[in-house]
Design a protein around this ligand. Structure first.
Ligand code: ATP
Ligand code: PRP
Ligand code: NIO
Length: 488
C-alpha cells in the first residue's frame, strides 16, 4: 500500500550501484539535471494527460532509508562500505523539481518534469518517478479518451478487481477521476482522495434469493431512493426489466423512486433501447440505465452511434489495465552536468533520431494565439531565459526544419514551474478537484483536430533556435570525436 515510509528501495539495483560507484569516485555530490518525458503517445491519442505528481511529491518528501533497508543492503553480496551505508541513513531529497501541473495536456519529447540535484539523489529516484508518472499518465490518458466519447454521460470506474494490485487500483481511480470520470466503486479511493463513490449490486445478490423479484424487493427496501438493480442474471427483457419495473412501481406508490437498472451482458444497444421503452411506458422515466461489460472507448463510441439509451457507463478492466497499451514507456534522461558552477549540456545519441535526447536545462512554453485563444504549439527553450511575447516567434519542426510558421500575437505559458526547491515544497499542490477542473479548461485550449480519437493531427513540439543549434553542435562534436579516435 502507498504508505509514505520505506520506499527508498523501490528502485532498480543499478541505481544503488551507480550511487555507490559515484561515492567511491568522490563524485556523488556533483549536480546534474534530468528530464522525465515520453516519446510516443499511447493508444494513438493526440495528447497525454499528465498525472502522478502528487504521488511523486509525497514520495520525494518522505524519502528515507529505514534501518531495515540499511540492514538489507548490508547483507548484499556487494559488501557496500559501512560509511556509504551511514550516508544513506542520513539521506534526504535535497534537489529541485520543476513540473507540469497534473491534468496538463502533454506531448512527446517535452519534459513533464525536470529535476536538478546531486547525482546520488537523482539516480535513486528515477525508477519510482517513472513508475508513478508513467502509470498514472497512461490511465489518465485512457480515461480522457473515454470522456471524449461519453460526452455528458456519467462515467464510473469499476476496475479495482481487475487492476494490477492495490496501488494501480487506487491511483488508477484517481487518474481516471482527474481526466473526467465522475466516480469510482473503490471506497478506499473515495476515502483517500475524496472521489465520489457509487455502485450497484452483483449477481450474487440475485442468486442468493428464491426469486429475482424477492431479491429486487429486498434491495429496494434497503435503498428506497438509490437502488440500481442488476437485470441480467436470468433474462434481461423477459425477467430482469419486468421485475425491476414491478419493484419500481411499488416504490413509487410509497413515494420513492427506483434510481436505476444495470445491464451487464448481451447487446447493450438493443437492450438499453428496449429497457428504456419499457421503463418509460411504465412511467418510470426517472429511472436511469447503467451499462457495464468489457467497455472501452471504441465500444462506447459504437454503442452511442447505435443509439444506446445509457445514462451511465461502468468501466473496469480495459481502463484500469490500459488494456491496449500496458506501459507509457516514459524515460528519464541526463540532460546537463554542473561543471565548475556552469550547466554543461549532455546528449545521448541514437541511430533512431527520435531517441536522441535534447540537451540542456530546459523548460516548456505553451504558445497560445491571443486571437483564437488556441494553442499553436509547445516550445522547448533553455530554462530561466524567459520568452519575449512582444517579438514574433518562428516555430519550426525540429527534424523537418523547413516546416515553419511565424506566430505574432501570442502569450507563452511556462508549463514547468518549481514544486520543490532544495528539497522543500514550494507551494501546495492543487486539490484533485482543482486539477480536474484545470484539465477540463486545458482541453478547451486545443483545436478538435488534436483531440479526436482516431488519427489526430500531430501537435507541434518545437525547439527554440538556440536549443536546436546546441543539439546539432553536440551531435557533430560527438561524431567528430569518434572519427578522430578511429583515426579518420
Ligand atoms: N451493440 C453492441 N455493439 C458493439 N459491442 C457491443 C454491443 N453490445 C455489447 N457489446 C460489447 O460486446 C462485448 C460482449 O462480450 P461477450 O459476448 O463476451 O459477453 P456478454 O454479452 O457481456 O456476456 P457474458 O458477460 O455473459 O459473457 C462486450 O465488450 C460488450 O461491451
Ligand atoms: O467488465 P469490466 O469493464 O471489467 O467492468 C467490471 C465488471 O466487473 C463486474 O463483473 P464480475 O466481476 O461480476 O464478472 P463478469 O465480468 O463475469 O460480470 C461487473 O459486472 C462488470 O462486468
Ligand atoms: O457497483 C457495481 O455495479 C460494480 C462495481 C465494481 C465492479 N462491477 C460492478
Amino acid at each position: 500500500m502507498q504508505t509514505n515510509q520505506g520506499w527508498a528501495l523501490h528502485t532498480d539495483k543499478y541505481q544503488i550501484t551507480m550511487m555507490y560507484a559515484h561515492w567511491k569516485n568522490g563524485s556523488h555530490l556533483k549536480r546534474k539535471a534530468f528530464d522525465l518525458y515520453f516519446r510516443k503517445l499511447p493508444f494513438g491519442n493526440g495528447f497525454a494527460v499528465f498525472a502522478g505528481l502528487e504521488r511523486a511529491i509525497q514520495y520525494l518528501e518522505n524519502l528515507r532509508f529505514t534501518e531495515e533497508d540499511i540492514r538489507y543492503l548490508a547483507d548484499q553480496p556487494e559488501h557496500y562500505d559501512p560509511s556509504f551505508l551511514d550516508l544513506l541513513r542520513e539521506f534526504r531529497f535535497t534537489g529541485d523539481v520543476y513540473s507540469m501541473q497534473e491534468g496538463t495536456l502533454a506531448f512527446p519529447n517535452e519534459p513533464l518534469l525536470r529535476l536538478e540535484g546531486t547525482v546520488m539523489e537523482l539516480q535513486l529516484v528515477e525508477t519510482a518517478l517513472l513508475n508513478f508518472i508513467g502509470y498514472q499518465t497512461l490511465i489518465a490518458t485512457k480515461a480522457a479518451r473515454m470522456r471524449t466519447v461519453a460526452e455528458n454521460d456519467l462515467l464510473l470506474e469499476f476496475g479495482s478487481r481487475r487492476a494490477q494490485e492495490t496501488d494501480a487500483a487506487l491511483w488508477g481511480a484517481r487518474a481516471a477521476y482527474l481526466a473526467g470520470f465522475d466516480g469510482t466503486s473503490n471506497l478506499k479511493a473515495g476515502e483517500q482522495f475524496g472521489i465520489p463513490t457509487s455502485g450497484t449490486h452483483s449477481h450474487a445478490w440475485v442468486q442468493d434469493f428464491e426469486s429475482e423479484l424477492d431479491a429486487f424487493r429486498a434491495f429496494a427496501k434497503a435503498f428506497p431512493d438509490n437502488a440500481i438493480l442488476l437485470v441480467d442474471t436470468y433474462d434481461t427483457l423477459k425477467s430482469g426489466v419486468p421485475h425491476a419495473i414491478q419493484v419500481g412501481l411499488e416504490l413509487k406508490k410509497q413515494g420513492h423512486n427506483l434510481a436505476g437498472i444495470r445491464l451487464d451482458s448481451g447487446d447493450l444497444a438493443f437492450l438499453s433501447k428496449k429497457a428504456r421503452k419499457m421503463l418509460d411506458e411504465a412511467g418510470l422515466t426517472d429511472t436511469k440505465i447503467v451499462a457495464s461489460s468489457d467497455l472501452d472507448e471504441d465500444t462506447l463510441l459504437n454503442l452511442k452511434s447505435q443509439g444506446a439509451r445509457v445514462d451511465s457507463w461502468g468501466v473496469g478492466t480495459r481502463l484500469i489495465t490500459a488494456y491496449d497499451q500496458p506501459s507509457l514507456g516514459a524515460v528519464y534522461k541526463l540532460v546537463a552536468r554542473d561543471v565548475d558552477g556552469q550547466w554543461q549540456p549532455t546528449i545521448k545519441i541514437s541511430s533512431n533520431p527520435e531517441k536522441v535526447t535534447t540537451p540542456g536545462v530546459k523548460t516548456v512554453h505553451r504558445i497560445i494565439d491571443r486571437d483564437t485563444g488556441k494553442a499553436r504549439g509547445d516550445l522547448i527553450t533553455p530554462a530561466h531565459k524567459g520568452l519575449d511575447e512582444k517579438r514574433p516567434l518562428t516555430l519550426f519542426h525540429p527534424v523537418h526544419t523547413y516546416r515553419k510558421k511565424k506566430v505574432h500575437h501570442f502569450r507563452a505559458v511556462e508549463l514547468l514551474t518549481p514544486v520543490i526547491q532544495k528539497g522543500q515544497r514550494q507551494k501546495d499542490l492543487p486539490t484533485l478537484e482543482e486539477a480536474r477542473r484545470y484539465h477540463q479548461q486545458q482541453r478547451s485550449l486545443f483545436w478538435e483536430e488534436y483531440l479526436r480519437l482516431l488519427n489526430p493531427e500531430e501537435y507541434p513540439v518545437d525547439l527554440s533556435k538556440d536549443l536546436w543549434e546546441t543539439k546539432q553542435e553536440l551531435i557533430q562534436n560527438i561524431y567528430r570525436q569518434i572519427r578522430e579516435e578511429n583515426g579518420k
